[in-house]
Design a protein around this ligand. Structure first.
Ligand code: HEM
Length: 394
């Protein structure tokens, strides 16, 4: 037991403030209280890059297996995101063949390109069109359905399941309605997975469902289903929000857009977009032993929250981190996390958005104008991005 004092307790920051505009708060916390117990959140917030990385890189001390989160209730299972050590590695490895770089390059990238072409074909010219709902969300959903092997699900189903699972996993107030919706979605997904398993067994392929079902020593069916669901929950909002964020950044900085276009630096723009507004802003870890961070005692059983949104603007690493600047000297962002739970979809997301969609979109529509940049609404404490992106395409 250390005799260091507990981290200061804040009683003024509300979840509503964090949902609306957390960045000025994080800037203040990085300077004044980088380790802070925030009463409204019920967790200790860590806002400096060094600390968020330290926590995620030390899973022995900071466990992902936090029974106090509603995730298990929402998924009716313990997914790989909430496991540690060998139990986590075994389930992550089971899905890994679907995320193999060669498979991504030879199978998923051409599929994403096909989907991007088809979905861009549907967009009207010279009238306001919301790229969030008409392009970013369905593009992410269809690509993910192919990668996971759930092509039989419609875009609308994939999007609904994803949102319902996210709402359920974030239902810290334990209200009944979000769980009623996750129960329905779980039953629908289980029925679909049961139905399509025969196809994957008869025609093995590189989709995540197929590689898990056909493995020499498959993990239990309940875990195969749970981890396909975690990929549905975690694989739509983030590429959707990343795409909308990057587009907003480029369209409100025309000089940068011009340079990116001239140099085909779309991947650089992607990295800056996810640094600037991290699609997953925060993650929780359960403290397994009494410890200290920056001279503050963090007791066993406490839950710390790594705020990668804040780490990505840390003054120790970035000049002018609050601004969207594609051509920065360095960009060691943490948008995809760190340590053993580092995002398994990183390379897919980079290619789907940075390599495929961005160049195709600007090639197809050389002139894209935001309808009213000042009216674009940003929301989210756990997940964040623009809530819509009306543009005129020509
Ligand atoms: C820009 C897009 C994306 C961002 C910013 C992102 C971000 C993240 C982050 C921060 C984590 C770690 C959470 C933690 O440490 O607790 C994570 C985990 C994960 N992500 Fe992503 N993600 C993106 C896209 C995707 C996609 C497209 C997929 C699926 C195809 C995916 C699948 C996963 C999975 C399965 C995990 C859990 C890994 C584990 O626990 O071992 N992600 N993601």
């Amino acid at each position: 037991m250390t005799d260091a004092p507990l981290a200061p307790l804040d009683t003024s920051i509300s979840i509503q403030q964090l949902d609306e505009d957390p960045y000025p708060i994080y800037r203040r916390l990085r300077a004044e209280s980088p380790v802070l117990r925030v009463q409204s959140v019920g967790r200790t917030l860590l806002t400096r890059a060094e600390d968020t990385k330290y926590v995620k890189d030390n899973p022995g001390l900071f466990s992902s297996d936090d029974p106090n989160t509603p995730m298990q209730r929402a998924f009716l299972a313990q997914t790989l995101m909430r496991k540690d050590g060998d139990a986590h590695k075994c389930e992550r490895d089971a899905m890994a063949p679907a995320f193999n770089p060669r498979v991504i390059q030879t199978e998923w990238v051409p599929k994403y390109r096909e989907i991007a072409e088809a979905y861009l074909d549907r967009l009207p010219r010279n009238e306001p069109v919301d790229l969030f709902s008409l392009l970013a969300a369905p593009y992410a959903a269809r690509g993910l359905a192919v990668l996971l092997g759930t092509e039989e699900a419609s875009d609308a189903e994939m999007i609904r399941w994803s949102q319902v699972l996210i709402d359920g996993a974030g239902n810290f107030g334990w209200r009944p309605e979000p769980f009623e919706k996750t129960d329905i979605a779980n039953a629908e997904m289980d029925a679909l997975f049961d139905r399509i398993s025969a196809r994957h067994r008869a025609e093995p392929n590189n989709s995540a469902l197929s590689v898990m079902l056909n493995a020499d020593r498959p993990i239990p069916k309940s875990q195969i289903y749970a981890n396909i669901k975690i990929a549905i929950g975690g694989g739509i909002n983030e590429p959707r929000d990343a795409l909308c964020t990057i587009l907003y950044g480029l369209l409100t900085n025309p000089d940068q857009l011009e340079q990116v276009r001239a140099n085909a630096d779309w991947s650089k723009a992607f990295e800056e977009g996810v640094r600037w507004v991290a699609p997953i802003q925060a993650s929780s870890r359960l403290v397994t032993e009494d410890t200290e961070i920056r001279g503050c005692r963090i007791p066993k059983g406490d839950t710390v929250m790594t705020i990668q949104a804040s780490a990505n603007r840390d003054e120790d690493l970035y000049d002018n981190g609050e601004a969207f600047v594609v051509y920065r000297d360095k960009n060691p962002h943490q948008a995809f996390g760190n340590g053993p739970h580092f995002c398994q979809g990183t390379h897919v997301a980079r290619r789907a958005v940075g390599v495929v969609m961005l160049p195709l979109l600007f090639e197809r529509f050389p002139d894209i104008r935001l309808v009213a940049p000042e009216k674009v609404l940003w929301r989210g404490f756990g997940f964040r991005g623009p809530t819509s992106l009306p543009v005129i395409l020509s």
